[in-house]
Design a protein around this ligand. Structure first.
Ligand SMILES: Cc1cc2nc3c(=O)[nH]c(=O)nc-3n(C[C@H](O)[C@H](O)[C@H](O)COP(=O)(O)OP(=O)(O)OC[C@H]3O[C@@H](n4cnc5c(N)ncnc54)[C@H](O)[C@@H]3O)c2cc1C
Length: 289
């Protein structure tokens, strides 16, 4: 299907984009890679009168290093996926990106667009929660920073206001005593996950000091399994510890039933992925010393 008519804007700077957002507010949508917005418009699930294409704004196209990694709003998935700096500072992002759709989608789609879109089945919002990312948001009158935990507010909903742009996302560097991975179950590679886990475990000297279990594909938004995370702290990173955490995950997650999987199946595989993810992440500990 063709897109319905709309007014197309292609600002050359962030200031120009923010002025357009101030002027058109609720009737406007930001266009980044278009891999979600354009299908939404073609299917008439959204019908913005104004589309503000940020693809020509050079200041949004960089990945910078400093206390971790900051990814600008026009960095494509594929560029972040092959970035040596991203792999060095935040290996969880490098682990997640190959799961995001097909290569053609990653060549156009952006990391920040995926975060702004806030699909509960997408990998990057869960990665943001696991790492503790910070969102850099700007309007014509102010800039503000929002923690990932406060940013995702439910079904395709974030704290970005209609006159604001998510200009970049900052990810703190992973501790050298930590391991991390992404594991998921989907019908075919590149499909959205029926259940997935972005996990990180930090265990210097053989005792777990922190753990993040961030699930996607189980609810309207990514969710951390906080009870299971708390149960891991202070324990040795071994199969017995991981099995206990997996039981807590299966008992406490409250996934939805949908056409792709039942809630009971999702609870079961969430437990399996907990054991699998923690074992995989633990096997990396020491590698980044
Ligand atoms: C067949 C198919 C399979 C896919 N599979 C997966 C998958 O398995 N996992 C996955 O995570 N994703 C998947 N995707 C989605 C893909 O990752 C998109 O790239 C991503 O969701 C959005 O990024 P984008 O740059 O294309 O954003 P766009 O489509 O341009 O925008 C998406 C939404 O975010 C808003 N937005 C974008 N950037 C900003 C910004 N800087 N500030 C404020 N608002 C902004 C837009 O206004 C729009 O509402 C799939 C897509 C397709 C078509």
């Amino acid at each position: 299907m063709k897109n319905p008519p709309f007014n197309y804007h292609r600002p050359a700077s962030v200031d120009e984009a923010l002025a357009l957002l101030t002027e058109h507010g609720d009737e406007a949508k930001v266009l980044a890679g278009g891999q979600s917005l354009l299908p939404i418009m073609a299917l008439r699930l959204g019908r913005p009168e104004h589309v503000i294409d940020i693809g020509a704004i050079d200041e949004l196209k960089s990945i910078s290093v400093g206390g971790g990694i900051t990814i600008g709003a026009m960095v494509r998935h594929a560029e972040a996926e092959k970035s040596a700096e991203v792999a060095e500072q935040t290996p969880l992002i490098t682990a997640a990106l190959p799961y995001v759709g097909h290569r053609a989608i990653r060549n156009r789609g952006t990391v920040v667009g995926s975060i702004a879109h806030a699909d509960g089945a997408a990998e990057m919002p869960a990665v943001c929660l696991a790492i503790g990312a910070t969102m850099h948001i700007a309007s014509s009158t102010q800039t503000r920073q929002v923690a990932a935990a406060d940013f995702f507010q439910g079904f395709f909903t974030t704290s970005i206001e209609a006159n604001e742009l998510l200009t970049a996302v900052h990810f703190p560097a992973q501790s050298t005593s930590a391991g991390s991975t992404v594991v998921e179950i989907s019908r075919r590679h590149s499909d959205y996950a029926m259940c997935g886990l972005a996990c990180m475990i930090d265990a210097p000297d053989g005792t777990i000091v922190s753990a993040a279990l961030s699930f996607f594909g189980v609810a309207s938004a990514a969710v951390r399994a906080t009870e299971a995370e708390a149960a891991l702290v202070g324990k040795a990173p071994n199969n017995e510890t991981f099995a206990a955490a997996a039981t807590i995950v299966s008992n406490t997650l409250a996934p939805d039933d949908d056409i792709h999987a039942t809630a009971a199946y999702r609870r079961h595989i969430a437990g399996v992925l907990t054991r699998r993810g923690l074992a995989e992440a633990t096997s990396q500990i020491g590698i980044r010393a």
